[in-house]
Design a protein around this ligand. Structure first.
Ligand code: NAD
Length: 291
């Protein structure tokens, strides 16, 4: 079966990025979220990001306009079911994702593939709430999607070879590189990356270093492109916390205990860039540390 129509569920920072690259690769894209306003916000971001690509000469205006025309705002879940492939990229919360897959069930075509962009949650467990675990897979994009080259491919226990091949072919058509991870909590990238971020938050919590110095030492001392607190704000502190909770519960090891300061920031609604405040305040011209 040839995949032509891809639906994205969740038009947040990752979902709109996935819609962006799918549309540029010539797929027809259905973009869904909980409300038409959220879909519009996602579309506005895609428009802005593609226009930046035009300004930097990476795509032409005609390519942008054709790609934007390929993205159909789709508030109805029933219409989402008509896609050949549905990529779920909603909030990193297992209950939210399970509900989406069970709500979608009555509307799915017989051959529809299901994928999730989860950063950490078990693919096998999510697949088990669907009627087609053999056609279900983890397809984990990196942030920002239009820029980052890698996609992690994660099979659930029941994923069949044809589904793996179909998802790999989509990733290749998007111009991305792929790596295979087994279905263990947080897979490869976030199993390594997010505990490092959590440790940086412990360093701040214990007063070992300031926000600016923690980021500076990792940028200049470890040659990371972004400091870990800057990166946490970029990923979203709610997403970082969810990943730590999945690691802590899934591996039953106290070394994955989420830092209490991370918990407190999320409880305060300080989620990083997406809420304009996290370890930095983004309301002015330049980010200002919040501690
Ligand atoms: P986000 O908060 O920017 O967006 C989440 C979107 O999901 C919101 O627009 C929200 O309205 C929508 N949503 C919530 N419940 C929904 C529902 N029932 N139906 C449809 N839409 C719903 O978060 P994000 O950073 O885009 O993360 C989305 C997914 O991508 C998560 O699973 C996350 O772990 C994963 N991911 C995130 C990153 C990252 O760096 N942020 C990287 C890779 C993967």
């Amino acid at each position: 079966m040839t995949i032509q129509k891809i639906a994205i569920v969740g038009a947040g920072q990752m979902g709109n990025g996935i819609a962006h690259v799918c549309a540029l690769a010539g797929y027809n894209v259905l973009l869904h979220d909980t409300s038409p306003e959220r879909i519009d916000a996602g579309l506005a971001t895609i428009n802005g990001n593609m226009t930046r690509q035009v300004s930097s000469g990476r795509i032409t205006e005609a390519v942008r306009d054709t790609a934007l025309d390929c993205i159909i705002p789709t508030p109805s879940l029933e219409e989402v079911g008509a896609a050949d492939l549905i990529i779920e990229s909603a909030t990193e919360d297992e209950e939210v994702k399970r509900q989406i897959f069970s709500d979608l069930a009555p509307y799915l075509g017989e051959a529809t593939f299901l994928a999730t962009n989860t950063s950490s949650i078990s693919i096998t467990r999510l697949a088990a709430v669907t009627d087609r675990p053999e056609r279900f897979m983890g397809v984990h994009f990196m942030n920002p999607v239009p820029v980052m080259e890698l996609v992690e491919l994660v099979r659930g226990i029941a994923t069949d070879d044809a589904t793996f091949a179909a998802m790999r072919d989509v990733v290749v058509r998007l111009g991305k590189q792929w790596a295979v991870a087994e279905d263990y909590p947080a897979f490869i990238v976030n199993r390594i990356l997010v505990p490092m971020i959590n440790e940086a938050i412990f360093v701040l919590y214990e007063g070992v270093g300031s926000v600016e110095d923690i980021d500076k030492v990792m940028r200049l001392g470890a040659n990371h492109r972004m400091g870990p607190l800057q990166l946490a704000d970029f990923i979203g502190l709610d997403t970082c916390l969810s990943i730590m909770q999945v690691l802590y519960e899934g591996l039953a090891d106290s070394k994955y205990r989420p830092c209490p300061l991370l918990v407190k920031y999320v409880e305060a609604g300080w989620l990083g860039r997406k809420s304009n405040r996290g370890f930095y305040d983004y309301s002015g011209d330049a980010p200002v540390p919040t501690r």
